[in-house]
Design a protein around this ligand. Sequence first.
Ligand code: CS2
Length: 473
Amino acid sequence: MRLTKDTVDHAAARRPGYDRARVTPGIVHLGVGNFHRAHQAVFVDDCLASDGTWGIRGVSMRRPDMRDALAPQDGLYTLAVKDGASTEARIIGSILDVLVATEGVEPVLAALTDPATRIVSLTVTEKGYCRDPATGDLDPENAGIKADLARPGRPATVPGLLVEALRRRRRAGVAPFTVLSCDNLPSNGKTLGRIVGQYAALADGALSEWIAGHVAFPSSMVDRIVPATSDADRAEVEALIGLEDAWPVVTEPFTQWVIEDMFPAGRPDLAAAGAELVTDVEPFERMKLRMLNGAHSTLAYFGQLLGHETVADAMADDALARLIARVMDEAAATLDLPASDLARYGTALRTRFRNPALKHRTAQIALDGSQKIPQRLLGTIADAHAAGKPWDGLASGVAAWIAFLQQGPVDDPMAGRFSALAARHADPVHHANAVLGLREVFGTLSDADWFTSRMRSLVQTMADAGPRAVLPQ
Ligand code: CS2
């Protein structure tokens, strides 16, 4: 029997503690993937009992698979929280429906322009921002951006969609929504606000000014480890809850959401649900990006080179675990937070990475390196070097990425260029030189001898003696 609104009462799991039939939409979320379903949708689920006006309408930007799984289940799905041998199941009801942007943008624009929509939140991954990774500005050469500017009424990119929705709201005299970025980017709200402003300036200068004066883009730091769902997860959840769920989501116990409290159009009582509402998110974002995500990417690329399928497998490799501790220490030394807090944070992260119940594949984290490496490792390296602090561990992570690119092919918006470089340069150091010359990734580090010479030497050592040769003994 399938999980639906009519069968949910039979689920052997915690169920929504509110009457779903009375919930009305107040949030449109772009990018309803597993991360959103295990994070923001759970916080909102906790808010719905006290205020039912914040239901979520999900939007898939490209693929219909999430809608196809959730529509027959009336939007319901299982959250399975795993810690070692224990699994706790809970049914989440905050997502009311899912629209698919590639099947028709008008229904999406209708949801975005509905006066009831007061927040538009996003998890569209780094590449969804159509930015130049090194500078964080809109990439005007991005093919999707060019196409959207040519036909503004039918946008397909995130900046195009937000600007068209805001244009229509302004024209109709409807107050703007608040735009809440939940992606792993530094100053994610500010970055998105700038990108949206830059896109609007190319489309319509007056609109750009109106957006700058009227639309809030709070930043937020999001954290929860959420692997892709496997068929084994589906079978386990079905056995646990006694109902079939086409797309449950498996995650860890830890969850954190730190949000800049700037919601002129209102917000759910997220603090009551455990979120931290603050005036400045940036120190938290930088800590998380540099210590968690920087270490994650390093584990992912070494894991791929050394044949470790999951993060927990990679952490069981002692030399790699030593490197990860070093990466976290080097990153911590660039942060302006109390050292004891950072040390505790690092220890807790390593315990989370070791959670054997999470099959978090290194291949999943290795995706889209060109979009991730700048804010996860390169900014940290530049800061550490400027302060005369060590950055050897961080550099090994970048070297592992370059070696991974040479093995190709990879899944990345820059995959075509990476394949061409790998095909042109058989010699690892020549290949590394060519990759280091990509300014959209490395920015000014492309020209910094102190950096490029160290990278060449690491790549040479790895090529001569294997990736293990650069790990701490
Ligand atoms: C991971 C993140 O896939 C990745 O790149 O580093 O998704 C990571 O699991 C989350 O940011 C944890 O909060």
